[in-house]
Design a protein. Structure first.
Length: 113
């Protein structure tokens, strides 16, 4: 898969989360409606949980990371495309992990510091 396709898939995922980052979305049914009604209940529930875990600030940070990665994949800093994607995925994972753990950092042993 081409790096721009990967970025497209990730951007699409975070756009879904952005649609669910709305105070009017309270339930899985609200999430299904917010996502256009073309999604089943389980994925809508998981996306809603992810949107709530990340929050507005986390989703904003994810888009900042995606934007910078898009520029880098297109050659802005001369970093190899595969490295750009690897770094992006790690940063997005850390962002998600921090939001689900309340910002707690872990050491190499996996225990909280």
């Amino acid at each position: 898969m081409h790096p721009l396709q990967v970025l497209g898939v990730l951007t699409s995922y975070y756009r879904r989360l952005l649609r669910l980052d709305d105070p009017a979305v309270h339930s899985t049914e609200d999430a299904i409606a917010a996502l256009g009604g073309r999604i089943s209940q389980y994925p809508a529930k998981k996306a809603l949980a992810s949107a709530r875990a990340l929050g507005t600030d986390g989703i904003r940070q994810a888009f900042d990371l995606l934007y910078q990665a898009d520029l880098d994949v297109k050659g802005a800093r001369g970093i190899p495309q595969d490295v750009v994607l690897e770094v992006l995925v790690v940063r997005l994972a850390r962002l998600t992990r921090a939001s689900t753990r309340g910002g707690a950092r872990t050491g190499s042993s996996g225990r909280r510091k």
